[in-house]
Design a protein around this ligand. Sequence first.
Ligand code: PEP
Ligand code: MG
Length: 859
Amino acid sequence: MLRANRCGAAVQNDPYITLITAEAPVTAETHGGRAKCLQRLVRLDMPVPQTVALSFAAVQDIARGQMPDIPRILGKFAATDLLCVRPSSEDPDWGGPNAVLNIGMNDARYDELSGTMGQDAAAALYLRFVQIYAIHVARLDPDVFDDVSDDGPAGLSAILRAYEDETDEVFPQDPGEQLVAVLRSMARAWDGTTARLLRKAKGAPEEAGLGLVIQRMIPGVGQGECGSGVLQLVDPVTGLPQVNGRYLSQSQGRDALGAGASALFLEKDERGPSLEELAPDAFADLKAHAALMREKLREEMQVEFVIQNGEVRILDGVRTPRSPRAGVRIAVRLAEDGIIPQQEAVMRVDAHSLNELMHRQVRPGAARDVLTTGIGASPGAATGRIVFTAAEAQASAARGEPCILVRRETSPEDVRGMHAAVAVLTEKGGMTSHAAVIGRGLGLPCIVGASGMRFQTRKKILTAPDGRDFRTGDILTIDGSSGQVLAGEPEMLEAALDDSFQTLMRWADAARDIGIRANADTPEDAEAARKFDAQGIGLCRTEHMFFEPGRLTMMREMIFAQTPQGRAAVLERLLPMQRDDFTQLFRIMQGQPVCIRLFDPPLHEFLPTTRTGQRELAEALDLPVSDVERRVEAMSEYNPMLGLRGVRLGVTVPEIYDMQARAIFEATLDASEEGAPVVPEVMIPLVSAKREVELVKSRIDAVAAAVAAERRCEFDYRLGVMVETPRACLRADEIAPHVSFLSFGTNDLTQMTYGLSRDDAGRFMSAYVQKGVFPEDPFHVLDTEGVGELLWLGVERARGECPGLTLSVCGEHGGNPESIAFCRAAGFDYVSCSPYRVPVARLAAAQLAIAHQLGDADE
Ligand code: PEP
Ligand code: MG
């Protein structure tokens, strides 16, 4: 028989089934976090009731039908003890089957306990056990007990009768038999498909082990002050120090938490009576135990306790559940109190979770009326009245009414509306589509690809999958963190860039070894970049500067110019505006590097797409609408993302880059006169051939020379290329010698490597991820295999030719922790991402550096 030598031994030195003592061979990896924590409490001399731990191996055997020696286990407890069994998974956050309390209750024990603690109390214990056993062990439908409404002896008789009627058996009376059934059912539940899926969702390996702990029950009912409760030393939402929790007299388990007004506060509280007033000594003991646990277990712990006749017993301790913002404060306070080192505090905070601190969010636990789930493209939550056009959004903002802009997809014409809205919702798009990029830049909650809803933007009706219609003025909430579209106005939690956050980020920066810059196009973006301590601007998309109403029209005039002279005249008017844009950026960034990308998008993106827009343009240009229509038609491309854009414009319509280069250099001199010297970085987009770089470089050098001569002032600048076509990666060795830096645009590179439109991928991305075609959305998490191989080749070939070349990644992946790990390993000098993702990137990068120092980096 398997493990025959072990089954009989619930002894101290047997890891299979072991009594938890200070020396017992118990580890989290073999017995689970709960068992290990109980051992730590035992070592601290805490009043923990006698407990036996079953290892993962023992529980696996039980699931396969091989029971341990039950009499020997029971032999570790007094014959009169009631027992409880709780799950002990390796990481307590992975959950486990429900605890079963009061094992050992039967008719005989009921009679005995009725004599010592009173009939009602004894009946409550028995009744609870029968109920849990029936539902979780015998697997009866809970509604079998619908008719049992009484407590006490009457309720007990009724529930026993209902059990017998349903199972045709009397309720098991033998404690050994009860324990066998409980253990078997818990072990098998962990092995079931539902449990596997649940723990997979929590990030646990499917094959994760389960241990069980069998503990002597301290009843929590009976003579004197008896009861149970749960205590934490912090507020789980804010992380601020505060005795938190409830206590309920004559209760067990976590009854106190669901007891409403009848439960006591723990510490004295204006809102009602407290345990501190009822049993001051017990409360003082409890608080001291909790403080000792925090110090010695080096963690903020939630304590489950029982008071039996005035004496405190500690049943269990688990890591206090916490919101992301509480997680930061708790880690920082533990380090500030000297309990953990600062680097450990940095390692303890999940970098992704910072997203939730930087934005308002739906309060954890608030009721959510979820209409659908799209792609959460820009985190944070906002509530507003829906509007269907940019103009309505502006009108709404003018009235001081928060609004949500609902569009099938956004275009440059919607940018004004996006500025005016508190959130954006689109039917189409993915992580790098227009709405997503602009939303993240503005720190605006945004959901794209919400194709589960029907968008009738002309009729101004939005229809949820359940058939509910929403019209202009109806209130929705956009949760850009989860991608959920919610009806109404759930309770919110404000952003929390507080002292703890700043402290954590300071510690992170001290450890980090890869630079983090921000993608910033406007003064507001640049201010945000500084606020989040980015080390410069890694990408300024200059086309975004032309989306303002006055400039959009001018841009259109430039595009419509029929002759070089006509175009030059408009560019002349645009020049001072661009110079002003750049001067502002340089001033805000105070000498930090600013990388300005020359004009990139296809020109047709600037053409009016609506009748009204075309009429407005016709008025501005004094042309018939039909001319405008014709020109729009003539400029349309079959595949604009692969058409006349980026450096192709720079080569074919060079005056645009000339104007931009002049604006950059004049701004450099202006800003350097008053503040820190500026060394601008000028970046050429969408390059695929060396000759493109040569052509553009020679004109930019010429503009630089001309500006230096006119202003009689020398200045430095750095020219770089954006590597975002597969060919540029492959030919990086011949491009590198012409430039000072290469910045890899992984958005376009992903698009072109997969041959997958970044603006249309949202339609089927979730199906692709669900079916396991892609492990993740490659526009969100860098595809380290395919796109990654091109990056490796690019890095290797460029550095092979020019070892000191600065290399960076400025696609949206720069803000994604998993992708940063790749960038660091591949030797990039910095990554650049939306300003609001900068803190996430800083923390993730610091964690990689610390892990590397500790020797366990995943590289
Ligand atoms: C990119 O392609 O990765 C990039 C940063 O440029 P954009 O998103 O503006 O195309
Ligand atoms: Mg690009």
